[in-house]
Design a protein around this ligand. Structure first.
Ligand code: SF4
Length: 412
């Protein structure tokens, strides 16, 4: 384990953020509260401050067990009928404007910054649920070091128990790796993801092939690893489709889901595999519609010829990898191979979801806003979805194949 560097704050290059006051971050979710948040905010006489808005309103609720499991939260702010936080007034936070930032829920004080503590320091990133993050608005994060250091200090005092366990990371199941070895692999993976001279699909396939070769070398079998190719990847197999549909239901739900709702569940996945086809379930569902894989495949995805779309996709996945929110303690203790391949498959889902949204709008061309909507939904659900041991084991079984990655990206 690296020592001496553990206090360093790492800030990603190429990501910008400054709040644009659009108010979009304050909608579409039930804001979770720690017990301290709950007592601080619920103690205030909100009806006395703004009777027209708050008189007679019940603003808070206790979280259900599955919502609060493995989290520091106990309560939540009830969403208003318009889907927004009731404290959002004229696109401004009424708690903040009436008191100060420190009175807001902890999660809102830090949003959209996130901090991930690792053996080589803490890695800062931003949530792509924020439209400003999606649009890369404002100053570069690297120019905001002092502010980020102050946010990290707040984060540490709010979440003193944040100690992710990186001591058991694996390259693939049964192949442990040191943190230094991981950093070497990450450098390679980021060099593939950053290669903007080739398509995003190819960048992910190159990363999956690199890891396949690393596993082969670590196992020392002497058998040359199969190199997956996009060209001639072969048709999607039944299990590829079932996996995509099962993941799509979690990351792009037809009805809004909250924290801990519809987590990846092994039994539901098994059910989907066995009966999904019989029930017309091998389709990508969006509100009021469903689309088959073939019809979505025929529609082009503009990541190669639309610079804004390419840039958004690149920044999103770069941010996930830089922030280490895709494997080990960053995501369900997945091995590096599975964590990376899961990201690649999720990229395939972003393509499918963007196309489905465009079709829902009645057009055959994906726009930047379709992709932005897909990325925001994915970011929200990845933050809310827990992977238990059984789900992680299922991921390890289904996502080790670089050829599956190539098939999915070639046909989405
Ligand atoms: S409490 Fe304030 S900052 Fe948090 S979601 Fe509500 S309006 Fe937005």
């Amino acid at each position: 384990m690296t020592t001496g560097a553990s206090d360093k704050l790492h800030i990603p290059e190429g990501l910008n953020y400054e709040c644009t006051g659009c108010g979009k971050c304050c909608g579409g979710w039930s804001v979770p509260l720690t017990e301290e948040d709950y007592f601080r905010i619920s103690d205030i006489d909100w009806a006395g401050k703004f009777p027209e808005k708050f008189f007679g309103k019940s603003l808070f609720r206790e979280m259900k067990d599955y919502e609060s499991a493995n989290s520091p939260y106990t309560h939540a702010i009830k969403e208003g009928a318009d889907g927004h936080c009731p404290f959002l007034v004229n696109n401004l936070c009424f708690i903040h404007s009436t008191f100060e930032s420190k009175t807001k829920p902890s999660i809102c004080q830090l949003f959209p910054y996130s901090f991930n503590k690792t053996p080589s320091g803490t890695y800062a990133t931003i949530s792509f649920y924020s439209m400003a993050a999606v649009n890369n608005s404002g100053r570069a994060l690297v120019e905001q070091r002092d502010y980020l250091e102050s946010k990290l200090a707040e984060f540490k005092s709010m979440y003193p128990d944040h100690e992710p366990n990186w001591s058991q990371i694996q390259l693939s199941t049964g192949i442990p790796m040191t943190w230094e070895q991981y950093l070497g692999h990450e450098e390679k993976l980021l060099s593939y993801i950053k290669d903007r001279s080739i398509s995003m699909d190819q960048r992910f396939v190159n990363g999956a092939n690199y890891l396949k070769a690393a596993v082969s070398e670590a196992r020392g079998t002497g058998v040359a690893p199969v190199v997956a190719k996009l060209e001639g990847a072969g048709a999607l197999k039944g299990l590829d489709k079932q996996l995509l549909v099962a993941l799509h239901k979690i990351y792009f739900p037809v009805q809004q889901l909250g924290r801990g709702e519809s987590d990846f569940n092994f039994y539901r996945f098994l059910y989907q595999c066995c009966f999904g086809g019989l029930m017309g379930g091998i389709k990508i569902r969006v509100p009021g519609k469903s689309y088959g894989f073939e019809e979505l495949e025929r529609m082009p995805f503009p990541s190669n010829d639309d610079k804004e779309v390419e840039d958004l996709i690149f920044r999103y996945f770069f941010s996930r990898i830089f922030g280490k929110h895709y494997f080990g303690a960053g995501l369900g203790q997945l091995s590096l191979v599975t964590g990376f391949n899961h990201l690649a498959i999720v990229y395939g889902l972003v393509k499918l979801q963007s196309k489905a949204i465009a079709k829902m709008r009645g057009v055959e061309q994906v726009s930047y806003l379709d992709v932005a909507a897909a990325v925001r939904s994915l970011e929200k659900r990845l933050g809310e979805t827990a992977l238990d041991g059984m789900a992680a084991a299922t991921f390890e079984t289904l996502m080790t194949s670089n050829q599956r990655v190539a098939r999915v990206l070639a046909h989405t």
